[in-house]
Design a protein around this ligand. Structure first.
Ligand SMILES: Nc1nc2c(c(=O)[nH]1)N[C@H]1C(S)=C(S)[C@@H](COP(=O)(O)O)O[C@H]1N2
Ligand SMILES: [Mo]
Length: 401
């Protein structure tokens, strides 16, 4: 399926060949800090060069300077898979099967039926990997060592999951809806990536089966022909190449619910999934409030100037961003950044701020977002065994020369 492998080691020359100024900046920085293996860029078929974590299964993150746009372009959007057998789905053959012991009439829908028989809905929402920024945990935790690029903001178009489930009819005994895609493990013993949602979240009016992303059909690597969009929840539930939905009366007990994507209970501010909780642990659910500086990197040297722009994005699990504050002196003084256009409470929010340095030197830059619920970023990440929800206030050092 993937026959071309094209590694681009970072060097000014090969990056210049890619034509990306952003990438050039990154390579300059990497050369300066000697962080040699930090960024191996790989042009995956249908994608621009992204930062490779693993090739098989494909796991690629987006260089953060590509986040300087309200919506992340499809060919720059990150890719995350657990299993390596990822079939190219043929539209004519694709069917979505709706079944389970708590469904009234099992259904099978073609993409055409899905598009024509239900009301279309469009929503801007951040797709955020639970393990984004895991690589910054100290001490390190096992798992892909993601930087800050395992996320992307997009405009998703599709139909409501609740409308589709209503077509099949839901029994009173329904507790969860399990979600499966077309991809599978190389070995028959590898558990397929199947997740479940509590019934209330499945029936939420913002939960969609999407077939378009930023006005285009979903790219293969982002779930063609249809995927789930669960706005406000981390992307582990956003099943790609969706093939089966089962409305079930018992808690789903697959590996990816019982053993993976779990967090210590009561350690994070919000979230509930009662049918999957034990005394001590629960599945990860809501995205926590967070922000990222997108135009400057830690260790960067810039020419001194009258004004230095500081730009970024901020997001949370659906309350919306109330404010972003920026410090240029290591946290002694904070001032409010200007928030750009609001695309809805599940979209990230772009912000910018202007810093007027008095003199050349080294500056400690920090950014901190607060949501409309009043939640704000902690000074240090909240420890948890799988390294999820890293939302500590970002601190970077830049030098103005
Ligand atoms: N079919 C399928 N869907 C999946 C996954 C997967 O491994 N297989 N991974 C999930 C996880 S953990 C993430 S972070 C998102 C990533 O979405 P993207 O690859 O479109 O960026 O897909 C989710 N949906
Ligand atoms: Mo993820």
């Amino acid at each position: 399926m993937v026959d071309r492998r094209h590694f681009i080691k970072k060097s000014a020359g090969s990056l210049a060949a890619l034509g990306g100024l952003a990438l050039l900046q990154r390579s300059g920085l990497a050369a300066a800090t000697g962080a040699e293996e930090a960024t191996i860029l790989d042009a995956h078929p249908g994608k621009e060069a992204l930062i490779k974590q693993t090739y098989r299964p494909p796991n690629f993150e987006t260089p953060i300077n590509y986040f300087d746009a309200p919506f992340t372009p499809n060919n720059r959007f990150f890719v995350r898979y657990h299993n390596a057998v990822i079939p190219e789905v043929k539209i004519g053959e694709w069917r979505l099967r709706i079944g389970g012991d708590a469904v009234r009439t099992p259904l099978e829908l073609s993409l055409d039926q899905l598009r024509k028989d239900f009301e279309p809905v469009e929503i801007a929402a951040l797709c955020l990997c639970s393990g984004n920024r895991r690589g910054a945990f100290e001490p390190p935790v096992p798992g892909l060592q993601w930087g800050s690029g395992a996320m992307g903001n997009a405009l998703w178009r599709g139909v409501r999951l609740k409308d589709v489930l209503a077509g099949a009819g839901i029994d009173k005994s329904a507790l969860e809806v399990s979600l499966a895609g077309a991809d599978a493990g190389v070995l028959p013993t590898t558990p397929n990536f199947v997740k479940s949602l509590p019934l209330a979240k499945a029936l939420d009016e913002n939960t969609l089966i999407a077939f378009e992303m930023n006005g285009e059909p979903l790219p293969h690597w982002n779930g063609f022909p249809a995927r789930l969009i669960i706005p406000g929840w981390t992307a582990t539930y956003w099943i790609k190449h969706l093939t089966a939905l089962n409305v079930i009366s018992k808690p789903f007990d697959g590996f990816w619910m019982k053993a993976a994507y779990r967090i210590p209970k009561d350690r994070f501010p919000s979230g509930q999934f009662s049918s999957q909780e034990t005394e001590t642990a629960m599945p990860i659910t809501d995205i926590v409030v967070n922000s990222l500086i997108t135009n400057l990197e830690d260790g960067q040297t810039l020419p001194n100037a009258k004004t230095i722009e500081i730009k970024g994005v901020a997001w949370d699990g659906g309350n919306g961003i109330a404010r972003v504050e920026v410090s240029t002196d290591g946290g002694s003084n904070w001032h409010q950044a200007a928030l750009k256009q609001d695309y809805g409470r599940f979209s990230w929010r772009q912000w910018h701020s202007v810093f007027e340095p008095k003199r050349p030197g080294t500056y400690r830059i920090m950014a901190r977002a607060t949501s409309h619920s009043g939640a704000s970023q902690p000074p240090e990440p909240i420890p948890n065994p799988s390294g999820y929800h890293h939302n500590a206030v970002q601190k970077i050092t830049i030098r103005l020369a």
